[in-house]
Design a protein around this ligand. Sequence first.
Ligand code: P6P
Length: 326
Amino acid sequence: MTTRTLREFLADPAGDGKPAARELATLIEAISDSCRTISYLVSRGALAGVLGSAGTGNVQGEEQKQLDILANDELMAMAKASGVVAAAASEEEDEARPITEGSPYLLLFDPLDGSSNIDVNVSIGTIFSVLPARGGEHAFLQPGRNQVAAGYCVYGPQTTLVLTFGSGVVAFTMDPPTGQFVQTGTNIRIPEKTKEFAINMSNMRHWADPVRAYVDECLAGDTGPRGKNFNMRWIASMVADVHRVLTRGGLFMYPWDKREPGKPGKLRLMYEANPMSLLVEQAGGKSFDGNHRILDIQPTSLHQRVSVMLGSKEEVEVLEKKHSAS
Ligand code: P6P
């Protein structure tokens, strides 16, 4: 396969000779530059003295790691330097930040998802979502189907940037000697069938009945109604779990549970569920919250949470049937 750099891809994303919109190409390249910087910091870890707690908490009520803050600051500085971001919102900051008035895009991100894994050297990642800028105080509160672009960068054995502009999913692997992001995935498709599910099983007693019934059938394997054995994975890093689903199929679930019944779920809609759902749907998968397609949810607040079940089309449809029958 003739390899293309990210810049070469952006010059002709659809292969029709037409370049990506100039401002969008500028933003995506700027995001990739920040991901390179974050990847370097993550890879140095203890050597750079960046592991461990920052001794502060975020709007989610979670303890912030030093790398959470460093990644957040890197992305906010990038947003400003890009000149194409009207405002930016982060999991790590209570309010959205005005950046460059009159610019075409709103940028949202989880700067370092899965950060509980940082100190134990397990894959983590940056998740980003790009919305069209619009006026008013509720500019960010747009459904996920409005996204102009979405993606993540997983910092694992490879540093890989996966993104979509709404016309399929592509992947770029960073070549360490040069720092270049080189295309390694084109028109990525999620297998419709799978035998692999991902959920935190320690929460089993708290799940809603449809989720419990679905997982029980998976556990019954070839002796049960599904007639096949299943495998389970849980990395506790959404970026890593979703990257596996995009790469070989599977079903990722972080559903609502009874521990905090008033909370719709753990994951955040705007900068975790929406970007991942656009990627999954663009790769032929599905993503819902137990009642609705996630990309159709009309947000009511920047940091709202949502129940997430996404991945291989056939498995999501099995789960959808259990929810509609309940
Ligand atoms: P638990 C990481 O903190 C995160 O937001 C997601 O990346 C991940 O899927 C989930 O939480 C893990 O949650 O409850 O299993 O630790």
